[in-house]
Design a protein around this ligand. Structure first.
Ligand code: AMP
Length: 194
């Protein structure tokens, strides 16, 4: 299963990916987690990315594509993946299409978690208090939501035009949302395989 989870920051992509990965038998690939690991390790790329991330901006497409391209060559990604946080703009969606076409492994599904902004803002406030992520402070969250609306929302349209997008209500109990995502994946598989 090659799945992209779309949704605004704080929409629950990471949480849902964690719930789904064992069942689907594929790794959860979060570009945000990979970047945070690079920052924590103090690599040159991490140092470059940190200020951009703390400001709630997007790290450069080149860095992301290099990082993701390398990650997809790992053995565990041969069975597929759940991609969380990528693609975040149309250039990245295009780059992903090309990358996957080259290895003859197109996406199976794209699921967008739909969560209203006011719910996102309150979730990020809770996460800010619990985890202390600089980019979860309320001002930066507003900036990230604006970037999402401007740059990432068109990615959903990109997949909708290709008949790949499924939108799932991301508000509710964790297990309820997981069940909705699973249902969407089953519907998709039934539509593709009959
Ligand atoms: P996330 O954990 O997915 O919310 O990502 C945290 C931060 O990492 C984002 O606000 C961006 O600064 C950066 N980031 C993660 N994924 C991407 C991406 N695909 N393109 C650009 N920047 C990214």
């Amino acid at each position: 299963m090659r799945l992209v989870l779309l949704g605004a920051p704080g929409s629950g992509k990471g949480t849902q990916a964690t719930c789904l990965k064992t069942e689907l038998g594929v790794p959860h690939i979060s570009t945000g987690d990979m970047l945070r690991a690079a920052v924590a390790a103090g690599t040159a790329m991490g140092l470059k990315a940190k200020a951009v991330m703390d400001a709630g901006q997007l790290v450069s497409d080149d860095i992301l594509l290099g990082m993701l391209g390398e990650r997809l060559t790992h053995d565990d990604a041969k069975a597929g993946f759940i991609l969380d946080g990528y693609p975040r703009n149309l250039a990245q969606a295009d780059a992903l299409d090309h990358l996957l076409a080259k290895i003859d492994q197109p996406l199976d599904a794209v699921v967008k978690l739909d969560v209203p902004n006011e719910v996102i803002i309150s979730r990020c406030e809770i996460r800010f208090k619990a985890e202390g992520r600089a980019d979860d402070n309320p001002d930066t969250v507003r900036k990230r939501l604006a970037i999402y609306a401007e740059q990432t929302a068109p990615v959903a349209d990109f997949y909708a035009r290709r008949g790949k997008l499924q939108v799932v209500d991301g508000v509710g109990e964790l297990s309820e949302v997981t069940a909705r995502v699973k249902r969407a994946l089953q519907d998709r598989s039934a539509a593709v395989h009959g």
